[in-house]
Ligand binder design. Structure first.
Ligand code: SF4
Length: 308
């Protein structure tokens, strides 16, 4: 900033530091998905993904370094939670992804999902502040309706979102609509049962007037039977909701497998037959470990930090 005097620049240097997030490594998938390893000022690395589709350019961003919730199917859950990101670090990921979209595909970023590393509702204040920055005219001026925060299911904080009357969308990673099964893959369910979640989601919907999205990853021979589909129908009737069915991406050392197309089709048909709004999401970026549940920082820098 040579338009500032040298003494002022020296003073700024002495008293201030800009902890900007930087792209540490970038991979592009055969399907055009871009995965960025983002380096934070203290050397930790989180991952952010650009998911391109016909109508949307979606940034999937991280809210924590690692995660404390240990969901069985998730690569991030195998990493210890090291710290929360602050709002600026979350915001910076969006800006860096937006710049990549512009540079590589010459289109604007259209949507943001908080579905990367970490549980956003366990970093509540900074996540909400980051949304404020993204939606502010002084920030990126994006509509909150283009932002989705996804939770593994922290009932108390879902209620708080309702009390705060947030304007963004809420998604619940459901993956099983019976407590026993859900406990076995998502330990968070032991203290946030399906009954608790239904109550808090209804509270949220009443306060915000919005419909929640259930994310349901289909695992072979675990949650892909017609009985499982019926349980999902029953649960979704309790909450104003729609369902995204997601193809599973196996992770290294993981115990789950992808279901077959025949079972997936039968599962989806059962939901539709029962009048449920359902979208089937094909996974993107599998070849670069950028798909749902695969974010685990395989690059060296992150490995160094996560084992510290
Ligand atoms: S699925 Fe989400 S909440 Fe569960 S371990 Fe992975 S990052 Fe954490």
């Amino acid at each position: 900033m040579t338009n500032l005097s040298k003494p002022l620049r020296d003073k700024l240097n002495e008293h201030f530091v800009i902890n900007a997030v930087q792209i540490n490594e970038l991979q592009i998938s055969n399907d055009k998905t871009i995965k960025c390893a983002m380096r934070l000022h203290d050397g930790f690395v989180v991952e952010s993904v650009l998911i391109p589709s016909d109508k949307r350019m979606t940034a999937c961003i991280s809210s924590q370094v690692g995660c404390s919730l240990t969901c069985k199917f998730c690569a991030t859950g195998k990493l210890k939670r090291m710290r929360n990101l602050n709002a600026d670090e979350i915001f910076d990921q969006v800006v860096l992804i937006r710049d990549q979209v512009k540079e590589k595909y010459n289109t604007p970023l259209t949507n943001i999902v908080y579905m990367g590393m970490g549980e956003p509702l366990l970093n509540y204040a900074e996540v909400l502040l980051s949304v404020e920055k993204i939606t502010s005219p002084k920030g990126l001026g994006m509509s909150p309706q283009r932002i989705t925060v996804s939770t593994a299911g922290v009932s108390k904080m879902i209620q708080k979102l309702g009390d705060d009357k947030v304007k963004f969308n809420l998604a619940l990673s459901l993956h099983a609509a019976n407590d026993e099964k859900r406990n076995s893959i998502m330990p968070v369910n032991e203290t946030n049962t399906l009954d608790n979640l239904a109550d808090s989601l209804n509270y949220f919907s009443d306060k915000t007037g919005t419909r929640v999205t259930f994310e349901y990853i289909v695992f072979k021979d675990f949650n892909d039977s017609i009985k499982d589909a019926q349980e999902l129908v029953d649960f979704s009737r309790r909450v104003k909701s729609k369902i995204n069915i997601i193809e599973y991406n196996p992770i290294d050392g993981g115990e789950f497998a992808q279901t077959t197309t025949i079972r997936l089709n039968a599962f989806t048909a059962h939901l539709e037959k029962n009048g449920i709004i359902v979208n089937v999401r094909k996974s993107r970026g599998k070849d670069i470990d950028a798909a749902c549940g695969q974010l685990a920082n395989k690059n060296k820098l992150a490995a160094t930090n996560f084992t510290n």
